[in-house]
Design a protein around this ligand. Structure first.
Ligand code: SF4
Length: 346
């Protein structure tokens, strides 16, 4: 597997030099200097590999956590949910009693599927996924136009973890959800990004809560994704990479990094069909001109319809699952219409 080779120490990286993120000890000291005497340590557990590495370090007593929190995006493949259950079982087996909480987006509790259905079926405009885009120039030529921001990670993963941590501490203190936390409470939430994912770090601060800070312990250990995978493999632990079944960051199986469309087709054929449905419906909705989105969206990095890229598989699966797909669509339409009280526009 290929890893970046141009730096091996996070201290040499511009993001660290520019103060985009800080070391955990520095964060801790700063919180104390701000009068935070009670600081809660939280692991944002993604259900995949790198945060599992941190979780196991916690089980071994190497890192302290007060809470382990998994935010379900609503589009996790079943094999990732199984992996989460595996880690919950391991926690019991090793006798660890840290609260292990499962949460989700605050208002769209059915997660990313709900956001997408709301976007497709109603006049909702906020699109939160990193789809690949094409644009049409003045001569009518189609040209690649980048990728939309990865807002879903923040909205469906990181923010729900912050909210769940805050709620857990309010409960611990016997306070109600709407009440203010005492001024001496602070949080440090560990995110399992690796050194080779340092580009994903945007801040150590929380735009939503000034008393929450984000830390990146694997980066501080200069650990790469491959090292976490090797660690899990050596122990015989599960090592599926966490992501949503329709994530545009899926690649081809030839890259060998374990986040490929082929795995979804093989393991969750119905989810693959749902991804094809979303992929094609997004372009239909964008073409109506009723959305702010001006570029043509694609879930596949080649900027081709998913059903063309995997044409043969799609044809076979569509025959097998078509009636189930129609049922699924009908159920979603009913849900969206009743929840948002809006006329279905698409
Ligand atoms: S795995 Fe992909 S689709 Fe899911 S939250 Fe992360 S970036 Fe978004």
């Amino acid at each position: 597997m290929k890893q970046i080779e141009w730096f091996q120490d996070y201290r040499q990286h511009k993001k660290f030099i520019d103060g985009v993120f800080q070391e955990k000890d520095v964060i801790l000291q700063n919180l104390k200097d701000e009068g935070k005497e009670r600081i809660f340590h939280v692991l944002s557990f993604g259900g995949g590999t790198q945060s599992a590495h941190l979780l196991e370090q916690h089980f071994r007593g190497e890192i302290h956590y007060d809470y382990i929190i998994f935010s379900d995006t609503g589009a996790e493949p079943e094999f990732i949910r199984e992996q989460v259950r595996w880690w919950q079982l391991r926690q019991k087996q090793v006798g660890n009693t840290t609260p292990f909480l499962i949460t989700h987006h605050g208002s769209m509790e059915r997660g990313l599927e709900e956001m997408l259905m709301r976007y497709i079926l109603t006049d909702y405009q906020r699109f939160q996924m990193p789809v690949y885009c094409n644009s049409v120039n003045q001569d009518g030529e189609i040209t690649p136009a980048g990728i939309l921001p990865r807002q879903c990670t923040v909205d469906f993963k990181i923010v729900p973890v912050k909210q769940a941590a805050r709620k857990a501490v309010l409960e611990l203190l016997g306070l109600k959800p709407g009440q203010r936390l005492p001024k001496d409470i602070g949080f440090i939430i560990d995110i399992g990004f690796s050194l080779d994912e340092i580009r994903r770090i945007h801040t150590y601060r929380s735009p939503q809560y000034e008393y929450i800070r984000l830390a990146y312990p694997l980066v501080e250990e200069n650990r790469t994704t491959d090292e976490s995978l090797a660690f899990l493999s050596n122990q015989g632990f599960p090592m599926r990479r966490s992501r949503c079944y329709l994530c545009p960051f899926h690649c081809g199986a030839d890259r060998g990094i374990g986040m490929d469309w082929e795995e979804i087709i093989r393991e969750e054929p119905f989810s693959f069909l749902k991804a094809c449905w979303f992929d094609s419906r997004l372009r239909e909705v964008q073409a109506t001109g009723n959305k702010i989105m001006r570029s043509i969206p694609y879930l596949h990095y080649s900027r081709r319809p998913l059903s063309y890229v995997f044409e043969q598989e799609f044809r076979i699966l569509h025959q097998s699952y078509n009636s189930r797909l129609q049922e699924w669509e009908k159920e979603w339409k009913e849900f969206i219409a009743s929840k948002y009280g809006l006329k279905i526009v698409a």
